[in-house]
Design a protein around this ligand. Structure first.
Ligand SMILES: *[C@@H]1O[C@H](CO)[C@@H](O)[C@H](O)[C@H]1NC(C)=O
Ligand SMILES: *[C@@H]1O[C@H](CO)[C@@H](O)[C@H](O)[C@H]1NC(C)=O
Ligand SMILES: *[C@@H]1O[C@H](CO)[C@@H](O)[C@H](O)[C@H]1NC(C)=O
Ligand SMILES: *[C@@H]1O[C@H](CO)[C@@H](O)[C@H](O)[C@H]1NC(C)=O
Ligand SMILES: *[C@@H]1O[C@H](CO)[C@@H](O)[C@H](O)[C@H]1NC(C)=O
Ligand SMILES: *[C@@H]1O[C@H](CO)[C@@H](O)[C@H](O)[C@H]1NC(C)=O
Ligand SMILES: *[C@@H]1O[C@H](CO)[C@@H](O)[C@H](O)[C@H]1NC(C)=O
Ligand SMILES: *[C@@H]1O[C@H](CO)[C@@H](O)[C@H](O)[C@H]1NC(C)=O
Ligand SMILES: *[C@@H]1O[C@H](CO)[C@@H](O)[C@H](O)[C@H]1NC(C)=O
Length: 408
């Protein structure tokens, strides 16, 4: 197993006070300013963004902040009654298959495009059978299995694809579900999970565990007042579940959640983070990132649009930073786990690269740093985060000193 030095530094170490993200550079939109994009991902220091307006996937080198090339061959931004219709537009969701150096991307006609990441060209086109978009993905590298959602069909369904054979193995329907959101793969138990915004039985949403050999829903974990969108696995079997704008509109509240999927229990509610679409986890820094682009002030349906990205400590479930974004294209967030850069597409400026700064972590009194206060915490904690915090605070200072060398 390859050991990431950052992982060693931060593993089981309480979050280093003073770390924060700052805008570092912006890559202009080419050729046109985008008004409709979907997911982003980082692999090998390269950022990939699905851009419907330009019908491409942008390929951006994060070290130089330059667009290297773009991948063509997608449906593009489609309109119904002069309004963007994302249900038939593409490219949409995407996932990198690192062991195969491939990118799988959903398109607006229900097809899944396979890209060779050495050539940046489409090498296969796999049909899900839907006429509407193929959307979000999860990948199991152990069995080379892909799961992709078709959220706009009735009923919505997921398609299971063999990446080695580039062949559809089957599909699983979600009766009575209003759409589908992000699937995720749990490396601890080898199972796939799907974020289901709302069903007849669970109007606040559910996390469905699926069995891809039986092509069936195996188990459901109901959520209370969430209407989830993005999900991502963090440490252990913790699942960060981001709640959508429908949570605010339906329940007049704004929070996201961390669940322990080994028990199905809610570990924490992170207050103030809602209206989210894509989420990411960085194991190096042990942070979650939530694109809360449809957040409304005060968690109120009459609140002013307050689009932001939220950065959450995965050990203490604490919201440590928010940065203003926009409510159009900023529903995507991606992380480079080597450089710790965060990337968000901003409609008025371009693809924004943020870097992690340790500016204040070196200054001042080390013992006061070691008992760090967390900015604007409104998370409801359970014992897990707190005990880790105490147990590993002994490593805190070394992480701080070494961390500056690596992160500076
Ligand atoms: C560092 O601390 C100063 C003063 O407390 C604050 O204004 C600044 O935003 C901090 N910078 C970072 C990167 O946390
Ligand atoms: C659609 O937009 C075009 C260009 O903005 C405009 O000319 C046309 O009238 C619009 N059509 C409808 C049905 O709104
Ligand atoms: C990504 O990096 C790995 C490890 O260095 C390398 O084996 C692989 O070829 C790279 N893939 C691409 C598409 O650059
Ligand atoms: C890809 O597959 C879809 C069927 O899902 C088909 O309609 C489309 O024409 C194909 N595209 C290409 C470029 O072959
Ligand atoms: C739920 O699904 C069942 C079976 O597909 C269907 O008969 C029923 O009408 C659905 N209910 C709603 C509210 O869509
Ligand atoms: C999180 O919020 C939900 C919905 O309001 C509530 O039922 C649950 O008890 C909360 N859980 C924790 C751990 O705070
Ligand atoms: C996005 O924000 C702008 C500016 O606050 C607002 O005028 C607009 O209605 C918002 N759009 C949506 C879809 O929320
Ligand atoms: C694109 O966005 C840039 C930056 O906001 C702006 O200067 C430029 O005028 C825009 N171009 C078009 C064609 O709208
Ligand atoms: C460092 O901070 C601790 C705790 O806040 C305080 O007790 C100690 O006096 C400080 N030391 C110095 C040199 O400022």
């Amino acid at each position: 197993m390859r050991v990431n030095p950052f992982l060693l530094l931060f593993h089981n170490v309480a979050f280093v006070s003073g770390l924060s993200y700052q805008l570092a550079s912006t890559v202009p939109w080419t050729p046109k300013n985008a008004t409709s994009v979907d997911q982003g991902a980082v692999y090998n220091g390269t950022y990939y963004l699905a851009d419907r307006t330009n019908s491409v996937v942008h390929v951006v080198d994060l070290a130089t902040s330059k667009e290297k090339t773009s991948i063509t061959g997608f449906i593009g931004q489609r309109f119904t009654k002069n309004k963007t219709d994302s249900s038939i537009s593409g490219p949409d969701g995407l996932v990198v298959l690192p062991d195969r150096n491939e990118l799988y991307i959903g398109d607006g006609d229900g097809s899944v495009k396979v890209v060779d990441l050495f050539k940046n060209t489409i090498i296969a086109n796999i049909s899900t059978g839907s006429k509407k978009r193929a959307d979000e993905f999860a990948y199991n590298p152990q069995t080379q299995t892909i799961v992709v959602t078709s959220p706009n069909d009735v009923p919505p369904f997921v398609t299971v694809i063999s990446a080695s054979q580039r062949k559809v193995l089957g599909s699983i329907a979600f009766k009575n579900a209003s759409g589908l959101e992000q699937p995720a793969w749990n490396p601890t138990n080898g199972k796939f999970y799907v974020s289901v915004p709302s069903t007849d039985a669970n109007p606040g949403g559910e996390i469905a565990e699926i069995d891809v050999s039986a092509m069936a829903i195996a188990k459901v974990t109901p959520l209370s007042e969430c209407v989830p969108a993005g999900i991502v696995f963090g440490p252990q079997e913790n699942l960060f579940v981001a709640c959508s704008q429908d949570q605010i509109l339906t329940y007049g509240t704004a929070f996201s959640q961390v669940l322990d999927m080994s028990t199905g229990k809610v570990l924490a509610n992170i207050s103030g983070i809602a209206g989210v679409d894509q989420v990411a986890y960085n194991p190096t820094t042990m942070l979650y990132y939530a694109s809360a682009y449809q957040n409304l002030a005060g968690g109120s349906k009459t609140g002013a649009p307050s689009p932001e990205v939220g950065i959450i400590d995965a050990k203490t479930y604490t919201l440590i930073q928010t940065l203003k974004t926009d409510n159009v294209t900023a529903h995507s967030v991606a992380i480079d786990t080597s450089s710790n850069q965060m990337v968000i597409p901003l409609t008025h400026s371009g693809i924004a690269l943020y870097s992690l700064s340790t500016a204040n972590a070196t200054s001042g009194n080390t013992s006061s740093t070691a008992t760090a206060t967390h900015a604007s915490s409104s998370a409801t904690k359970t014992s897990g985060g707190v005990s880790n915090y105490a147990r590993f605070s002994i490593y805190y200072l070394s992480a701080l000193i070494l961390g500056v060398g690596f992160l500076g």
